[in-house]
Ligand binder design. Structure first.
Ligand code: SAM
Length: 235
């Protein structure tokens, strides 16, 4: 591992707003913060997750826009997370945490109805491995266990495959299999910056104008950005 990466790992370890559970603290068991995130933040404010957060641009950006909400950025890569974690520290923000873990284990971390909103930004489209996509039926089944009724699921992506898979395959198939939950489509655009964003209010425009590291790469290549937003209905 490079010297720079090692330095970032060491820095992240001393940061109290970065949570790095040991494998045996979560494997087939509930982590100590499950059901206790509001205690961790010291308030009753809504909890918003950024899955596959990378450098955590949305956790930090939304954390600044919405001091009355709490944000948890989740990713397995600690060195990437360092960028967002350092910004949180430098700005003395108290409403952002980073959690270093595999999203596959997410049900060990969040209890029923504990989370208000999920953001998935530029996740790997996992071409050829649809089950691994963060909007596959297997992941949706995990999310409905902790997302509140009326909670939001947001996907922003450059990938036509991931966008169409989510909208036309995964969520409709999930509805067919599942009688208790429905993801109700609230917003859909395959050209966010050219068209879709104009229909959104100022606050949502500010949120969607936050650019992630990967988004900047795809925009520079001229890719069109897609955005889907759903409300979870629990029947
Ligand atoms: C393409 S990057 C996007 C990062 C960031 N959202 C952005 O837009 O710049 C995908 C990220 O997902 C993370 N990731 C992929 N699968 C994961 C999983 N199962 N659990 C945790 N992190 C995962 C990777 O570590 C990587 O940081």
């Amino acid at each position: 591992m490079g010297k720079n990466k090692l330095k970032k790992f060491a820095e992240v370890q001393r940061m109290t707003h970065v949570i790095e559970p040991e494998f045996d603290e979560v494997m087939n068991k509930d982590y100590r913060l499950k059901g206790n995130w509001n205690k961790e933040f010291g308030n009753d404010n809504p909890i918003v997750l950024e899955l596959a957060c990378g450098k955590g641009e949305y956790s930090v950006g939304m954390g600044k826009l919405f001091p009355e909400k709490n944000f948890v950025g989740i990713d397995i890569k600690g060195a990437r997370m360092f960028t967002g974690a350092k910004e949180v520290e430098d700005a003395s923000m108290t409403n952002v945490r980073f959690l270093r873990t595999k999203i596959d284990l997410i049900n060990s971390f969040f209890a029923e109805n504990e989370v208000d909103e999920i953001w998935i930004l530029f996740a790997d489209p996992q071409l050829g491995r649809p089950r691994k996509r963060l909007t596959s039926g297997m992941f949706l089944e995990r999310y409905v266990r902790f997302l509140k009724p009326g909670g939001k699921l947001n996907l922003k992506s450059d990938s036509t495959d991931l966008y169409e898979f989510t909208k036309l395959e995964s969520i409709p198939e999930y509805h067919q299999e599942q009688n208790n939950f429905e993801f109700d489509l609230q917003f859909d655009t395959d050209q966010l910056y050219e068209e879709g964003i104009k229909a959104l209010d100022e606050t949502m425009q500010a949120v969607l104008n936050i650019r992630t590291y990967y988004e900047s790469i795809w925009l520079a290549q001229g890719k069109k950005i897609k955005y889907l937003s759903y409300n979870l209905i629990k029947k």
